[in-house]
Unconditional design. Structure first.
Length: 371
């Protein structure tokens, strides 16, 4: 069989999004002599552009949606008119808003059209209305249905779906004393207790509650610092809140980072009080890095791989969150061997997950050739 090319449709390829991380982890580990990835993006956020090109992939851009929905539709039509080499289109979404590609791919007789759910809600009421409407008709446009978690699948589909876990390269995240020493020195936190968070500055990630927790924790533990990795439209609001709390010297905004595996080495614990999630890959990565996590109970139990994660309700008092942070200070961490075994057992190792996805792609392409 000839090399097959899979078109991944996603808003943009930024540094830390769950969908982007999933695609890149699969891309790095798939057999690229058999399967190649190309990308159709609606945003110029392409932090992985250089890596994608080195791996043999191509990146194409269309206008933003829904801001330029008419122009976007025309560009997608033109794209499929001039690119006839795709048997598989793999669309990644947080909600059923952008159906244009699936509809046009069907019109152009692309036999495998995947919709992949990466979230469990949207905070915009109008988006929820559109999502619920499209949920009734998604089976007219898609042929296959993937989800990062059970709840993400239920949120997006009425019909059956396949779980595709947000797997990671465990070896990449394993602890290294020298790396930890260097990154903590570079960040100026050598003698600090470091609480970390990785995520976009959006309502979903609940940074305001995170700061509330840290503000109270810092009063009792002045040697503590909070490291925030990511960017987003609420970043300035969060910076203003940091100033209001008088924490400017104890909260560091690190922006988007391409070396998150290294940044994890600086953390003593990660606190992740999200309002909703699909299956946050950073919690998976944290466990691979042997960083304990305290997360909200809005996050699916499917993220619980090791004993290093504790779920708490957002209705709990701040003091309860602080108590649990302290309990993780001197606990018995699992060994690297234990972590690797558990990741492989539950399917969160990227090499195993990539093989499964590759088999799916090849099977779809094979049946088209056979038929």
């Amino acid at each position: 069989m000839n090399l097959i090319r899979v078109l991944h449709v996603i808003t943009g390829i930024s540094n830390r999004g769950g969908a982007e991380n999933y695609v890149m982890n699969m891309y790095r580990n798939i057999d690229r002599t058999k399967v190649q990835f190309d990308f159709l993006l609606r945003s110029r956020e392409a932090a992985y552009e250089e890596e994608i090109k080195k791996l043999g992939g191509r990146i194409f851009y269309t206008s933003e949606y829904p801001r330029h929905f008419i122009k976007n539709k025309k560009e997608v039509e033109a794209f499929f008119e001039s690119h006839k080499d795709y048997d598989i289109v793999h669309v990644h979404a947080n909600a059923l808003i952008y159906m244009t590609v699936l509809k046009i791919a069907k019109k152009h007789n692309i036999n495998c059209r995947i919709m992949h759910s990466h979230n469990t809600d949207t905070k915009r009421p109008i988006y929820r209305i559109i999502h619920n409407f499209n949920k009734q008709f998604i089976n007219k446009w898609a042929t296959d249905y993937f989800a990062c978690s059970t709840e993400a699948g239920k949120w997006m589909f009425k019909n059956d779906f396949v779980l595709r876990k947000n797997a990671v390269d465990v070896n990449k995240f394993q602890k290294d004393k020298e790396v930890r020493k260097k990154i903590r020195k570079d960040l100026g936190v050598e003698d600090k207790f470091v609480i970390g968070h990785i995520g976009r500055f959006v309502i979903q990630k609940n940074h305001t509650f995170l700061l509330k927790i840290f503000n109270e924790y810092h009063k009792k533990n002045p040697e503590s610092v909070l490291l925030l990795v990511g960017d987003g439209y609420l970043e300035e609001d969060i910076k203003n809140l940091v100033n209001e709390y008088g924490l400017k010297d104890s909260v560091k905004f690190l922006g988007n980072r391409s070396d998150v595996d290294t940044v994890f080495q600086a953390f003593d614990i990660m606190v992740f009080p999200s309002l909703f999630e699909g299956l946050p890959v950073v919690i998976v990565e944290a466990q691979a890095a042997n960083v304990p996590c305290i997360i909200s109970d809005n996050i699916t139990d499917e993220v619980l791989i090791t004993s290093s994660v504790k779920k708490l309700s957002l209705d709990e008092e701040v003091e309860t969150w602080i108590k649990n942070i302290n309990q993780f200070k001197n606990y018995d961490k699992p060994s690297e061997e234990e972590i690797m075994k558990k990741f492989i057992l539950v399917g969160f190792d990227s090499k195993s997950a990539a093989k499964e996805l590759q088999s799916f792609y090849l099977n779809k392409a094979y049946h088209k050739v056979k038929n």
